[in-house]
Design a protein around this ligand. Structure first.
Ligand code: GTP
Length: 597
C-alpha cells in the first residue's frame, strides 16, 4: 500500500468515555468483520476486561475504508488502555502511530486521564482530532466541553467531531476526518528494515506474537531478523495483520502495523521498544528506545492451602509469560509458608493478576499488604532496595530511609474539593497546585506512593461519590522518617502484616490495625493479645477475649436447615483461615486490617 493511503492512529480517552465502543463502531462500519462476528466490545478480549469494562492490553486492528474520494485507505488503530497503571503501554503505542482521536464524553468533560493520555499524544507529536462522544444523551454539553478542551488542554477544538459511538452518529465523518486531518506515515521502502517492537504477548497456539510497526524497509516471511538491543536472532515464521482476527500476509512495508512470529521462547526475550532489523545488511542506528516498565508495587501471594503451592507456581509462570511487566520471585514467610513476592505496575495490575490466578487457576490466595520499594541507607554505607517490609534491617544499623513520591493530578467537581484536600493532607501530601476550570477543580499533589498504593483510589472514589479522576507519575525518592511496624498476634509477629509507616503516624495506624484485627479474628478458647510494635516497643494493644461457643446455640435448637447452613458457613470460613501459632486468622483480615477509614 502506498504511504499516502495509510493512516495510523490511537484513541485516547478517560476510562468509560467510550473508547472501546467507538473502536467497535469504526470496525463495524467499515465491514471489517461481519455482523455475526461482531460482538460488543470486540477489542476487549480477556474475560476480566469484559467484566470490568476496562482494556488491559493494547490491541490493534487494521481497517479498510473506501473514502468519499473513492480511494481505499488502510487505517491502523492501536487501542490503548485508559487506566493509570498502564500509562506506559499508552506511551509505547503512541510512538507507533502519527495521530490520535481524543475522545471526551460530552456529558462529563475532560478528566485526569484524558489529560495524562493526551499529553502523551502531544509528546509523540501527534495530530489530534477531538471527538465529543455520547451526544445522544440529553445531558450532553458539547459547547461547554469544547471550550474546556481548549482551556485545559490548549488544542483547537472548534472542529471537534460530534459523535454517538453507541447509536452510530458521526462515525462516517470521523473516518473522513482521520483521512483528511491525520498525516500519512513516512518511510523508505528501499532502506534497510527498521521496525519498532511495539508489544508482545504469548499465544497458546502461535507462541510469542510480536506487534511491529515498520518504519523503513520491508519485512518478509522467512527473513532472518535481529533485535538490535538484545542481539537475539530469529527466522520469521509468519507475518500478518489484525482484522481484528489474525490474517497472514506476505510482507509488511513502511507505515504498516502488523505481527510476526518466530521461534521466540518467552515474552521476556522481546524488549518492548527494541528495533528489529535484518541480520544481514541491517540498519545501523536503532530507533530511540523506550524506558523499560518497572514494577512499583509489590506484595506477597500465598496459597491459602499450602498444598497448592506448585499450582500457584505454575499459574504465575504462565501469567508472566504473557506479561513482561509482572515480576515474581519465591518467598517464604514464617507464618504463610511458601509463596511468591510479586511486582506490579500498580494496584489495578495487582488486582487483575490476583483475580486471574483465583479464577482461571482456581487457587485461593492470601495477598499481603502492597508495598513500594524503599531505599534503605545503612550506617556502613550499604544501600538496600527494600521490597518487603518484613526484610527491613534492625533500625540501629539504619542511617536513613527514602521512599518513592508521586505527582498526583486529581480533577473533581468543586463541591467535593474539601474532602479531597483533606484526604491528600491525611496521606502526607504536599499541595503543588490548585486551579479551577469549568466547575471543576484540578489539584496537583506531591504524595508518598506508599500512602497511595493501598486504598487511596477507593477512598477518593468514595469521598467524591465517584466523580473524581486521578492520575499519577513517579517523581523520585525522598528521605522521611519511616519505620517498620510489626503486628504481633498472641505474641507472635505476623510478617504478612508488617508495614513501613511514617513515625508520626505509627501510633494511629497501629491502634487502628489492632482494633480492626480484634474484630476480624474470631474468638478462641484463650485470650489473644494483638499488638503493634516498632523495633520491640509496643505502641498499641488490644485484647481479644476468650470465648468459644457452639455457633448454632443461637438458633435455639430449632430449624435444622438453618443450623446446617450455619455449620457449612463456619466450615467454609475455616478453609479460608491460616494458623498463626495457635491462632486462626481469616484471609480477609490481611487486606481489611490495612484499610484506613
Ligand atoms: P475503557 O476501554 O475501559 O478504557 O473504557 P472506554 O473508554 O472504552 O469506554 P466504553 O467504550 O467501554 O464505554 C463506556 C460506557 O459508555 C459503556 O457503557 C458504553 O455503552 C457507553 N457509551 C459509549 N459510547 C456511548 C455513546 O455514544 N452514547 C451513550 N449513551 N453511551 C455510550
Amino acid at each position: 500500500t502506498e504511504l499516502d493511503h495509510i493512516r495510523n492512529f490511537s484513541i485516547v480517552a478517560h476510562i468509560d468515555h467510550g473508547k472501546s465502543t467507538l473502536a467497535d463502531r469504526l470496525i463495524q462500519s467499515t465491514n471489517t468483520v461481519s455482523e455475526r462476528e461482531m460482538k460488543e466490545q470486540l477489542l476487549d478480549a480477556m474475560d476480566i476486561e469484559r467484566e470490568r469494562g476496562i482494556t488491559i492490553k493494547a490491541n490493534t486492528v487494521r481497517i479498510e475504508y473506501i473514502a468519499k474520494d473513492g480511494e481505499k485507505y488502510i487505517l491502523n488503530l492501536i487501542d490503548t488502555p485508559g487506566h493509570v497503571d498502564f500509562a506506559y503501554e499508552v506511551s509505547r503505542s503512541m510512538r507507533a502511530v502519527e495521530g490520535s482521536l481524543l475522545v471526551v464524553d460530552s456529558t462529563q468533560g475532560v478528566e485526569a486521564q484524558t489529560l495524562a493520555n493526551v499529553y502523551q499524544a502531544i509528546d509523540a507529536d501527534h495530530e489530534i482530532v477531538p471527538v465529543l462522544n455520547k451526544i445522544d444523551l440529553p445531558a450532553s454539553e458539547p459547547d461547554r466541553v469544547r471550550e474546556q478542551i481548549e482551556d485545559v488542554i490548549g488544542i483547537d477544538a472548534s472542529e471537534a467531531m460530534l459523535v454517538s459511538a453507541k447509536s452510530g452518529i458521526g462515525i462516517e465523518e470521523t473516518l473522513e476526518a482521520i483521512i483528511a486531518r491525520l498525516p500519512a506515515p513516512q518511510g523508505d521502502r528501499d532502506a534497510p528494515l527498521k521496525a519498532m517492537l511495539v508489544d508482545s504477548w504469548y499465544d497458546p497456539y502461535l507462541g510469542v506474537v510480536v506487534l511491529v510497526r515498520i518504519m523503513d524497509g520491508v519485512l518478509k516471511k522467512g527473513d532472518q531478523i535481529k533485535m538490535m538491543q538484545t542481539g537475539a536472532k530469529y527466522g520469521v515464521d509468519r507475518i500478518g495483520v489484525f482484522r481484528p482476527a489474525m490474517q497472514n500476509v506476505d510482507e509488511l512495508g513502511p507505515g504498516e502495523i502488523g505481527f510476526l512470529t518466530a521461534q521466540i521462547k518467552q515474552v521476556r526475550d522481546t524488549k518492548v521498544g527494541d528495533t528489529i532489523t535484518t541480520e544481514k545488511k541491517g540498519c545501523e542506528k536503532p530507533l530511540p528506545g523506550f524506558k523499560p516498565s518497572i514494577p512499583v508495587v509489590f506484595c506477597g501471594l500465598f496459597p491459602v492451602d499450602s498444598a497448592e503451592f506448585e499450582d500457584l507456581r505454575d499459574a504465575i509462570e504462565k501469567l508472566a509469560l504473557n506479561d513482561a511487566s509482572f515480576s515474581y520471585e519465591m518467598e517464604t514467610s514464617a507464618a504463610l509458608g511458601f509463596g511468591f513476592r510479586c511486582g506490579f505496575l500498580g494496584l489495578l495490575h495487582l488486582e487483575v493478576i490476583r483475580d486471574r490466578i483465583e479464577r482461571e487457576y482456581d487457587i485461593e490466595l492470601i495477598t499481603t499488604a502492597p508495598s513500594v520499594i524503599y531505599h534503605v541507607f545503612m550506617k556502613d554505607g550499604e544501600k538496600i532496595d527494600l521490597h518487603n517490609p518484613a526484610d527491613m534491617p534492625d533500625l540501629t544499623h539504619v542511617d536513613h530511609v527514602e521512599e518513592p513520591r508521586i505527582k498526583a493530578t486529581i480533577m473533581v467537581p468543586d463541591e467535593y474539593l474539601g474532602d479531597v484536600l483533606k484526604l491528600c493532607q491525611d496521606r502526607r501530601g504536599i499541595q503543588e497546585d490548585l486551579t479551577y476550570v469549568g466547575g471543576r477543580a484540578m489539584a496537583v499533589y506531591d504524595l508518598p506512593l506508599n500512602e497511595v498504593v493501598f486504598d487511596f483510589y477507593d477512598r477518593l472514589k468514595s469521598v467524591t461519590k465517584g466523580y473524581a479522576s486521578f492520575d499519577y507519575q513517579l517523581i523520585g525518592y525522598r528521605q522521611d522518617n519511616l519505620v517498620k511496624m510489626q503486628i504481633l498476634v498472641n505474641d507472635e509477629p505476623v510478617d504478612a502484616l508488617s508495614m513501613m509507616v511514617h513515625r508520626d503516624r505509627a501510633e494511629m495506624r497501629g491502634r487502628a490495625m489492632c482494633e480492626k484485627l480484634k474484630d476480624l479474628i474470631p474468638r478462641h478458647m484463650f485470650k489473644i493479645p494483638i499488638q503493634a510494635a516498632i523495633g520491640g516497643k509496643v505502641i498499641a494493644r488490644e485484647t481479644l477475649a476468650a470465648l468459644r461457643k457452639d455457633v448454632t446455640a443461637k438458633c435455639y435448637g430449632g430449624d435444622a436447615t438453618r443450623k446446617r447452613k450455619l455449620l457449612d458457613k463456619q466450615k467454609a470460613g475455616k478453609k479460608k483461615m491460616r494458623q498463626f501459632g495457635k491462632v486462626d486468622i481469616p484471609q480477609e483480615a490481611f487486606i481489611s486490617a490495612l484499610k484506613m477509614d
